[in-house]
Ligand binder design. Structure first.
Ligand code: SP5
Ligand code: ZN
Length: 369
C-alpha cells in the first residue's frame, strides 16, 4: 500500500454524499445461520469522506430527487417492501419475541417452491421478510430505507453534476463521485441481497439515458459480480455492462451469476461482458481484464460512463481474494479516463477501513487524469 507521502491530490473533485447514509446500521450478517459482525459499516463513509476531503476534493451534500427514475429501475413491490418491512417487523413484536432486532428472512418463495403459481402475500411479517430478498446477510433495520434512499439521491446528484444545465448557468463536470452507502450492484429489478438494497449505479445509468445519452456503459470493478446491474440491463441494447470480479465458479459470491458465457440476450446480446478472475489475481491480470472491457466500451460507442467503484478487490480486503494494489486502482482510473466520457463513479464495496479511503482517492486521481 502506498503511504501518505505518495497519496495523490484531488483538487476540486466533486464528492457527493448524504449524512442520512449513516442511518443504516445492519449490525450483523447472518451467514450460515451464524450471526457475524457485518463489514458493511457506517465507518466506511467516514473513512472515504475524510480521505477524499484531505486530498482536496469538494464535498457536496446530495440533493433530494423524486422517485421517478428509481421507480423505472425497481419494482414498486420491492420499494414498498423496503419502505415498510422494518416498521411492520417492530410492530409485530419480533425484536422482543423471538428477540431478533433486524429483519431476517427465513423462507424464500423461490421459483421451484411456487411451481408456476403466483406468490401470495403471507399474512405473517416474518414470512413476508423473504419476499424480495435472496440471502440472509442483508438485514433491514430502523434507518435502512432512509440510508438506501439517500444513496440514490447521491447517485442522481452526481448525474446532475456531469449533465449540463444551461438554464441554471451550470456547465457539466467531466467527473462526479457518489459516496453511496449502502452499496447497490447486487440488486435486480425486484430482488435485493449482498449488502445492497437499491441499485445506485443502475439508477445513475438510467438517469444518464434520460438526460439524453443514447448509449451508456457501466463498468464494475467491485471484487464481486454485479448480478443486479447485469440483470437489469441484460436484454437492453442501450446500456452496456462489463464486470471484472473474482470467479464465482471458484466458490465466490454471488455464486450463481457472473460467468463468462453470460453475454446478454435478445436486444442486449453482446452488451454484457463478464471477466471472472482466479482468486489471487494481481494488478497485471486485473488490469488486462479491465483493458478488454474498456476496448468493448469504446466499440460500444457509449457517450457516458458509470463506474461501479468497489475497492474490495484490494489485497487487504477481508471480503475477496483478489490482490489489487492502490497503484492498480489508479491505473484503472487512468485507463477508464482514456475513454474521454462524462463519468459518474458510484461507491460499491470495499471493507478494509485503514486503506479504503486511499483506494478511492487513487482511483479518482486516475480518472481525473
Ligand atoms: C457490495 C458488495 O461488495 N457485496 C459483497 C457481499 C458479499 N458478501 C459475501 C459474504 C460471504 C461470507 N462472508 C463471511 C464474512 C462474515 N462476516
Ligand atoms: Zn464487492
Amino acid at each position: 500500500m502506498d503511504d501518505a507521502r505518495s497519496e495523490p491530490a484531488l483538487p476540486g473533485t466533486a464528492v457527493v454524499w448524504s449524512p442520512d447514509t449513516l442511518l443504516h446500521e445492519p449490525d450483523a450478517e447472518i451467514w450460515l445461520g451464524v450471526r457475524t459482525p457485518g463489514t458493511e459499516t457506517k465507518a466506511r463513509v467516514d473513512a472515504i469522506r475524510n480521505r477524499t476531503e484531505a486530498a482536496g476534493a469538494r464535498l457536496i451534500v446530495a440533493e433530494e430527487h423524486d422517485d421517478d427514475v428509481l421507480r423505472r429501475v425497481h419494482d414498486d413491490g420491492l420499494l414498498d417492501h423496503l419502505r415498510s418491512i422494518w416498521t411492520d417487523w417492530e410492530a409485530a413484536g419480533l425484536p422482543d419475541d423471538p428477540g431478533q432486532n433486524r429483519v431476517v428472512p427465513y423462507v424464500f418463495p423461490t421459483a421451484g417452491m411456487l411451481g408456476g403459481l403466483p406468490a401470495r402475500v403471507p399474512v405473517a411479517v416474518h414470512a413476508r421478510a423473504g419476499r424480495y430478498c435472496y440471502d440472509t446477510m442483508t438485514l433491514v433495520g430502523p434507518g435502512t430505507w432512509e440510508a438506501a434512499r439517500s444513496a440514490v439521491d447521491a447517485a442522481l446528484s452526481a448525474v446532475d453534476l456531469v449533465s449540463a444545465n444551461p438554464q441554471a448557468g451550470q456547465s457539466a463536470l467531466p467527473l462526479a463521485y457518489a459516496l453511496c452507502r449502502p452499496p447497490g450492484h447486487h440488486v435486480s429489478r425486484d430482488a435485493f441481497g449482498g449488502s445492497c438494497y437499491l441499485n445506485n449505479a443502475a439508477i445513475a445509468a438510467q438517469a444518464l439515458r434520460d438526460a439524453g445519452h443514447d448509449r451508456v456503459a457501466v463498468v464494475d470493478v467491485d471484487a464481486h459480480h454485479g448480478n443486479g446491474t447485469q440483470s437489469l440491463f441484460y436484454e437492453r441494447a442501450d446500456v452496456f455492462y462489463g464486470s471484472l470480479h473474482v470467479d464465482p465458479g471458484a466458490g465466490w459470491f454471488p455464486h450463481y451469476l457472473g460467468f463468462r458465457d453470460e453475454i446478454g440476450a435478445g436486444d442486449g446480446r453482446g452488451a454484457n461482458q463478464n471477466e471472472p478472475l482466479a482468486p489471487g489475481s494481481d494488478d497485471s491480470r486485473w488490469l488486462a481484464a479491465l483493458r478488454r472491457i474498456v476496448d468493448s466500451v469504446a466499440a460500444f460507442d457509449a457517450s457516458a460512463l458509470v463506474l461501479s467503484l468497489g475497492v474490495d478487490a484490494a489485497a487487504d480486503d477481508p471480503e475477496s481474494p483478489l490482490q489489487v494494489t492502490a497503484s492498480g486502482y489508479r491505473r484503472a482510473g487512468e485507463m477508464l479516463a482514456t475513454l474521454g466520457l462524462p463519468t459518474v463513479a458510484v461507491q460499491e464495496g470495499g471493507y478494509h477501513l485503514p486503506t479504503l479511503g486511499s483506494l478511492v482517492v487513487h482511483t479518482l486521481a486516475g480518472l481525473s487524469g
